[in-house]
Design a protein around this ligand. Structure first.
Ligand SMILES: *Cc1c(COP(=O)(O)O)cnc(C)c1O
Length: 355
């Protein structure tokens, strides 16, 4: 399929790189393509960034049949643009699509379209330390129809947003809180996909945590409410007795690409890294016995997010005296050095973008 390109005649002013924040500025162009059962995916195009015009009956607006991905493009010190494991994102998007009765995309074509869009928008990739261009591939159901069934037609689009350094004032340990009033996902559900409703369903618990002075919710499993699942929109890791432990993918946990990278790096370094079920009570006990030395979240936005405090019922666990632990620091440095091209890509995680 040939991607058509229509450029805008009015470029937006670029935002101040020191004040980017997250997800508020969008670039000049976007990628769009459409799906119907007769033509499959068709009309791939790069065109000016613009609002979508949707019939009020459009199915995604009513039943949430929509999925997305999140990844970043990085500018290296040599002024090259690069992506971190992008095929993993498109593969996961197809996994989400299949679970939501949505059509598959051609993963290699999606990467080609993304690279072409990035070549058009290369000046939007910021260069200040820690900044990047956030990439949001999205697929939505577009039939104007109010019956509950899978849509026949879909739109796939990619938008881009320059984002600031997550740790502009240094690596700050976050405070997290276990909730028992809410669950994020259940066995057999869609917790392992990046689908719209999962995020809407997490808002109330998130707001309650904020009110209580915590940054994120630590979710327990939806059935027994005993096993740790993940934190906010990150996977969770514990360092207990010098072993790195993360909950095994249970079907209700999002299979993070940062999570996978952490496990692969730990293995590469000869650190014992284990995926298994882990009870919240085990965490409390490991803290009491002094064996729990670090907790950290892992996700594209922050890469590694050290946890300095964990609240569970009436217990408050302080971890690492407000400092960043050595495993968290080593993982953070290793991953960002690969992403920004400062260390050799020995694990083959980098995809170059040629402007
Ligand atoms: C996206 C996401 C993650 C992290 O995945 P990455 O691929 O590492 O960015 C973890 N949990 C949830 C719920 C997510 O949406």
């Amino acid at each position: 399929m040939q991607i058509s390109v229509q450029k805008t005649s009015q470029l937006k002013p670029k935002p101040d790189q020191g004040k980017l924040g997250f997800g508020t500025n969008f670039t000049d162009h976007m990628f769009n393509m459409d799906y119907n059962p007769d033509q499959g995916w068709h009309n791939p195009r790069i065109e000016p960034y613009a609002p979508l015009s949707l019939d009020p009956a459009t199915m995604v607006l009513h039943y949430g049949q929509g999925i997305f991905e999140g990844m970043k493009a990085y500018r290296t010190e040599q002024d090259n643009l690069q992506l971190f494991r992008p095929m993993e994102n498109f593969r996961r998007m197809n996994y989400s699509a299949q679970k939501l009765c949505m059509p598959q995309i051609d993963e290699a074509f999606a990467l080609k379209a993304l690279k072409q869009l990035l070549a058009v928008e290369k000046d939007w990739v910021p260069q200040e330390p820690g900044t990047s261009l956030y990439i949001r591939p999205t697929m939505i159901a577009t039939d104007p129809f109010l019956g509950v069934k899978a849509s026949q037609t879909y739109r796939f689009f990619i938008i881009l947003s320059p984002v600031g350094a997550y740790y502009a004032e240094g690596f700050n340990p976050i405070k997290i809180m276990v909730t028992r009033d809410h669950v994020r996902a259940v066995r057999g559900g869609v917790g392992d996909t990046k689908t719209l409703g999962n995020y809407a369903a997490s808002l109330l618990a998130g707001e309650k945590a904020h009110t209580a002075g915590y940054t994120q919710v630590l979710w327990l499993d939806g059935v027994e409410q005993q096993y740790v699942e993940e934190v906010g929109a990150m996977n969770i890791f514990f360092v207990i007795d010098n072993e790195v432990i993360t909950p095994a993918l249970s079907g209700s946990i999002l299979p993070g690409i940062t999570r996978k990278s952490v496990l692969q790096l730990a293995e590469h370094w000869g650190i014992k890294a284990i995926e298994r079920k882990i009870k919240i009570d085990e965490i409390v006990q490991a803290h009491q016995s002094g064996q729990l030395t670090e907790i950290f979240g892992a996700g594209t936005a922050a890469v590694i997010s050290p946890v300095g405090e964990l609240k569970y019922e009436d217990k408050i666990l302080k971890i690492g005296e407000g400092k960043v632990g050595p495993v968290s620091q080593k993982l953070f440095d290793a991953i960002i050095n690969i992403q920004y091209g400062r260390s050799e890509d020995t694990l083959n995680w980098i995809e170059q973008v040629h402007g």
